[in-house]
Design a protein around this ligand. Structure first.
Ligand SMILES: NC(=O)c1ccc[n+]([C@@H]2O[C@H](COP(=O)([O-])OP(=O)(O)OC[C@H]3O[C@@H](n4cnc5c(N)ncnc54)[C@H](O)[C@@H]3O)[C@@H](O)[C@H]2O)c1
Length: 359
């Protein structure tokens, strides 16, 4: 387990970058900060997220690119080729587009990059909204594509140090998944909220927490979301086409209900209940439903990355994670929490790949 990071350079000290800096400082990691906007840099430094980078700085062991998605790939390439950082990861909400930009810089450069996406955020932009516990217990997706295992190990360590749960996916799988759980919901939320514009005051005044829940994410920054939706347009578009036919079915179900036949309407609502039940964490199944599988790790680079890749190859979803170091010995124990039905397949898969699984 490489539980320590050398110096980290955070480029882009907005909401996410500053939150990364704050969380790393809490864990005693040395953090340097950079931003095109001197104001954002000063605020982040003032909050204690790290100290501003200086021209003569030694190269960082890891740079975290936390700038808008459209410029993420280019900023990563600049860092990799300028020698300012040995390894580079990022936090952009889309993964195929930045990976393609980095790949154009050549395989040797791309090997020192691994894309990342913390599944945590807020509707406010800028460093003032940053929180050191933003990533606590949240998934942090890593998307190696041609990445050196040491790069994946650094990004994995970063995710764990800030309290997140790293998991490995291909860039394409990541983009399809976030189209379903984040990008399409954002469009739906914006459409519901848009109905309120121009509605008479006496109607809007009756709004309660329900519409507040449904429209919370619609408050996100339109410029950032335009970039995100543009970079993942194909996947979101396909889902919206399916939602469009669901809307037609809902209209027909209401017409039927008005005529006394409510079956289709109730069915539609039941499917909604079932879909919500699939949400992990506190929305659906409780953590008490998980089983912890303890895996022994040798203390050398690349171990965590290899473990996560093997868990991923086994098709098992990590629900929670905990790392214990064995005092005075160069080993650690990673407790990987999974759903009960995944315990046996995970044990078998890890043993087959040579892991020491304590039971
Ligand atoms: N906001 C969220 O909820 C959320 C969640 C997960 C991931 N992300 C991703 O995190 C990244 C940052 O989002 P944010 O919400 O922190 O945005 P933000 O607007 O709060 O911060 C972005 C910062 O990047 C700086 N910047 C822009 N171009 C730069 C460049 N070329 N070099 C250096 N600095 C530059 C800006 O000055 C700004 O301070 C985005 O890629 C976004 O997709 C956001």
């Amino acid at each position: 387990v490489s539980s320590a990071l050398g110096r980290v350079l955070v480029v882009g000290t907005g909401l996410v970058g500053t939150s990364v800096g704050l969380a790393l400082r809490d864990r005693g990691v040395e953090v340097r900060l950079a931003d095109l906007d001197p104001q954002a840099l000063a605020v982040a430094a003032g909050l204690g997220a790290g100290v501003p980078a200086r021209p003569g700085d030694e190269p960082a062991s890891l740079a975290v690119v936390a700038v808008p998605p459209a410029v993420t790939g280019q900023v990563a390439v600049d860092l990799l080729t300028s020698g300012r950082a040995r390894f580079v990861t990022d936090v952009a909400s889309v993964k195929t587009a930045p990976a393609a930009v980095v790949a154009q810089a050549g395989a040797e450069t791309a090997a020192r990059y691994v894309g990342g996406h913390p599944m945590a955020g807020r509707e406010v932009a800028g460093p003032r909204g940053a929180r050191s516990d933003l990533f606590e217990g949240r998934p942090w997706v890593l998307c190696p594509s041609g990445s050196d295992p040491a790069a994946v190990d650094q990004a994995t360590t970063l995710a764990i140090l800030v309290g997140a749960m790293p998991l490995v996916m291909s860039p394409a799988d990541h983009d399809a998944a976030v189209a379903l759980v984040s990008h399409t919901p954002h469009v739906m939320s914006a459409l519901v909220a848009a109905r309120l514009v121009g509605a008479p005051d006496h109607e809007v005044r009756l709004a309660g927490p329900g519409i507040g829940d449904v429209t919370r994410i619609a408050a996100g920054d339109p410029a950032l979301w335009t970039e995100i939706l543009t970079a993942n347009a194909a996947a979101v578009r396909d889902l919206l086409v399916r939602v469009r036919s669901d809307l037609d079915a809902a209209v027909a179900a209401l017409d039927d209900a008005a005529l006394g036949s409510t079956e289709a309407l109730t069915d539609l609502l039941r499917v909604g209940v079932a879909g919500r039940g699939r949400l992990p964490g506190k929305h659906g199944a409780g953590h008490e439903d998980f089983v912890a599988v303890p895996v022994r790790l040798e203390d050398r680079p690349g171990q965590l990355a290899r473990l996560f890749a093997d868990i991923d190859a086994a098709g098992v979803n990590v629900e929670d994670l905990h790392i214990d170091h064995v005092p005075g010995r160069a080993v650690g124990v990673v407790a990987v929490s999974v759903r009960p039905e995944a315990e046996a397949p995970l044990l078998a898969a890890l043993q087959a790949r040579g892991w020491r699984v304590d039971d």
